[in-house]
Ligand binder design. Structure first.
Ligand SMILES: Nc1ncnc2c1ncn2[C@@H]1O[C@H](COP(=O)(O)OP(=O)(O)O)[C@@H](O)[C@H]1O
Ligand SMILES: N[C@@H](CCC(=O)OP(=O)(O)O)C(=O)O
Length: 366
């Protein structure tokens, strides 16, 4: 067995994310039989000594039938209405299912904002910690009814990876309707499964397609969640929910993604993945090379434009002239100060504007 599978099989604390496609059905809504089988597998792992946090999608899927909706809604208001109906049913179903084992369930609803702001972040962390010490299972979902388009996590794969980081988990399991990562969407015909991903080279040529009729992010969101978890030092297993018993018992199924040997520091992780950005600066090619590949500080000479209203201390995006974000960092100046510095060499600047725009320690490539 590979090191990564071994780490997942023996992890002390695990986040298990279950996709909508594994829990709901377009016609019948929430599938309690499948949910019970998942709870059985999770309980067995808890009995064996691991702590488990569940990230459960399915609120929108579970809310569709009661509202007479036949297709997954695409507009924000109907999604929020469906989620508010479905979340109640979903939380109740998890509670009832774990009650068969006398196990108590706590519902935790989060938005991206909650992870981005340190004070909220600490609150969520404290709740998850205490639920764990009281032997209850936290069932987490995005707080869909207050999350607007801008602040949505976008998908629960990313939410689950952020929760794994927040909770200091040792492994992340993504359970879906597909049994692993393939080199192309298996719905499109012949595709080959990739059992292990140890770095970007293993993803060369892989086409990560969209999700099913009920899922949100598809494979692309699972890959970016796996990268986020890898940065946090957390190995990931992607497997079919129908194989949850084996995934949880010995990690012998699905695709595993190795964690990076050294996790990013908490500050760099936050800058790269969790912080909300307040604006951006546009860099010429030389500055892109310097910050993204040579880990240099950002100087005003390489900046060709500035967007947004940000202040010193905010996190901003560093974009190339094609509009692609290449790095993020904690900026030292306000946007209007930077507007006066654009394109100037350090010697042309007044003495109080001669520090780098972003120090190398506060910068991370994306
Ligand atoms: N390269 C790929 N490998 C595996 N599955 C893929 C790939 N590209 C697209 N998919 C599709 O992604 C789907 C899973 O994503 P999604 O529907 O969002 O699931 P979930 O609801 O579990 O989050 C699978 O049903 C599969 O058809
Ligand atoms: N928060 C939404 C799920 C969003 C989502 O990411 O769904 P999925 O791609 O199935 O994991 C819900 O509960 O319906």
């Amino acid at each position: 067995m590979s090191d990564t599978r071994e780490r997942i099989a023996t992890a002390r604390s695990i986040v298990v994310k279950i996709g909508s496609s594994a829990l709901t059905d377009l016609v019948d809504g929430l599938d309690r039989t499948r949910l019970d089988r998942l709870a059985d597998a999770i309980e067995e792992r808890m009995q064996a000594g691991s702590d488990v946090i569940v990230v459960s999608s399915g609120a929108i899927g579970a809310g569709m039938a009661p509202l007479g909706l036949r297709k997954r809604p695409t507009d924000l208001a109907t999604k929020q209405a469906a989620a508010s109906v479905g979340q109640l049913a979903l939380a109740h179903a998890w509670g009832t299912s774990f009650a068969r084992y006398d196990r108590t369930v706590g519902q935790v609803l989060l938005t991206a904002h909650d992870i981005a702001l340190r004070a909220h972040h600490a609150n969520a962390q404290r709740t998850l910690d205490r639920l764990r010490s009281l032997h209850a299972v936290a069932v987490v979902n995005e707080n869909d009814t207050v999350a607007t388009n801008e602040i949505r996590f976008g998908d629960n794969d990313r939410l689950a990876a952020l929760v794994a980081h927040l909770a200091g988990a040792d492994a992340l399991l993504l359970l879906s309707d597909v049994d692993g990562l393939y080199d192309g969407d298996p719905r499109g015909g012949a595709a080959t499964m990739i059992p292990e991903v140890n770095g970007p080279a293993d993803l060369d040529g892989v086409i990560a397609g969209s999700g099913g009729a009920l899922g949100t992010g598809g494979m692309a969101s699972k890959l970016s969640a796996a990268r986020l978890a890898a940065d946090a030092g957390v190995p990931v297993l992607l497997a079919a929910a129908s194989a949850a018993d084996r995934a949880l018992a010995d990690a012998s199924v699905g695709t595993v993604f190795a964690a990076r040997p050294q996790r990013l520091s908490a500050r760099r992780f936050w800058v790269r993945h969790a912080a909300e950005t307040r604006g951006s600066v546009v860099l010429d090619d030389g500055a892109v090379q310097a910050v993204a590949y040579r880990r240099r500080s950002l100087l005003s000479a390489g900046v060709v434009g500035v967007h947004g209203r940000f202040s010193g201390g905010d996190v901003i995006d560093l974009v190339d002239t094609g509009g692609v974000t290449r790095a993020r960092g904690v900026v030292a100046y306000d946007a209007d100060e930077i507007a006066q510095m654009v394109g100037k060499s350090t010697s042309e600047l007044p003495a109080d504007l001669r520090r780098p725009l972003i120090h190398a320690d506060d910068l991370v490539a994306v």
